[in-house]
Design a protein around this ligand. Structure first.
Ligand SMILES: C[S@@+](CC[C@H](N)C(=O)[O-])C[C@H]1O[C@@H](n2cnc3c(N)ncnc32)[C@H](O)[C@@H]1O
Length: 280
């Protein structure tokens, strides 16, 4: 089986070739995919990427899909899961109209949908305002969010609860005072950063940090709907372009890999648009 999972994050299958910006597991190859896909032409029968394409700029995305096309064998399958712009904006308009009629539930959903639309694009810190919302003690529209975001939101909400139940022990005065000095002496990375701060000054160092974060693969740079994604696939040379559900696929035994679904049959990222196509 020659299957490739790109931008896999923590979601990978051991029988697939898995690639991600950074790797925390021997089954994941670390590689920056804006530099191309590091395999020979026609190496794979299927390529899958979930919630990756939106991390490329509008100009990078066509080149990335050309790379997918290059490394696929003839009759190879591409499967893409991506946040669904159409679905988010329809839900946003619906919540806006209901909020204007005075519904508090809709107003909470409207707040959340604005985060979904913009926070992932404009944030300058990992997790952004979405994580802050999910980590609050009382989430007014938890069920609504879980229905949209599935496993990832559930894990974050649960982590927040665990942390509130078992807060990390607070540092002693001594540790707090000497930690910066200890770090400075112990780590060359920390020494380099301290020197950079001194040379650049506060504002320029902050600009460097924001730049590093924004190039680090977390923020969204574009969004797609079923029309624009299908057009992009067509322009790249793919055929048989089809919208899918989480469980339908050209890939045989798709659900057995538990990539878009969980072992209990629930959907991993219900807010997704799923699309597949074939390399002729
Ligand atoms: C939203 S996560 C999705 C992870 C996983 N596919 C999933 O559906 O849960 C996006 C992943 O794409 C990776 N990524 C973003 N830009 C990348 C790039 N240029 N090269 C390789 N991986 C990248 C990130 O490191 C992150 O793991």
């Amino acid at each position: 089986m020659k299957y490739l999972n790109l931008g896999c994050g923590d979601r990978f299958h051991p029988t697939w070739t898995n690639v991600n910006f950074t790797s925390n597991h021997p089954d994941i190859l670390a590689h920056n995919l804006t530099q191309g896909i590091p395999f020979a032409p026609a190496s794979f029968q299927a390529i899958y990427h979930s919630h990756l394409l939106e991390h490329f700029s509008k100009t990078q995305a066509p080149n990335f899909l050309k790379e997918c096309h290059r490394v696929l064998q003839p009759n190879g399958i591409i499967r893409i899961a991506i946040p669904d712009l159409e679905q988010i904006t329809r839900s946003y308009i619906f919540s806006l109209e209901q909020a204007l009629q005075g519904s508090q539930e809709a107003a909470d959903n409207h707040t959340w949908l604005l985060l979904e639309l913009f926070d992932q694009i404009v944030r300058n810190q990992s997790g952004g305002d979405m994580a802050a919302y999910l980590l609050q003690k009382h989430i007014p529209n938890e069920e609504f969010i879980l229905k949209r975001l599935g496993t990832e939101a559930r894990n974050l909400i649960e982590a927040g609860r665990q942390q509130r139940q078992n807060p990390p022990s607070s540092d002693t005065w001594l540790k707090q005072t000497f930690r910066p000095l200890y770090k400075f002496l112990k780590s060359s990375h920390h020494r380099r950063e301290t020197l950079l701060k001194l040379v650049l000054g506060k504002t320029d160092y902050q600009a460097l940090e924001i730049g590093r974060f924004r190039l680090g693969g977390e923020i969204h740079q574009w969004m797609y709907d079923r029309h624009s994604l299908s057009q992009l696939l067509k322009d790249t040379g793919f055929t048989q372009i089809t919208q899918r559900t989480a469980t339908e696929s050209y890939i045989p035994n798709w659900t057995s890999f538990n990539l878009d679904t969980e072992p209990d049959g629930s959907i991993y990222k219900p807010d997704s648009l799923y699309m597949e196509a074939i390399k002729p």
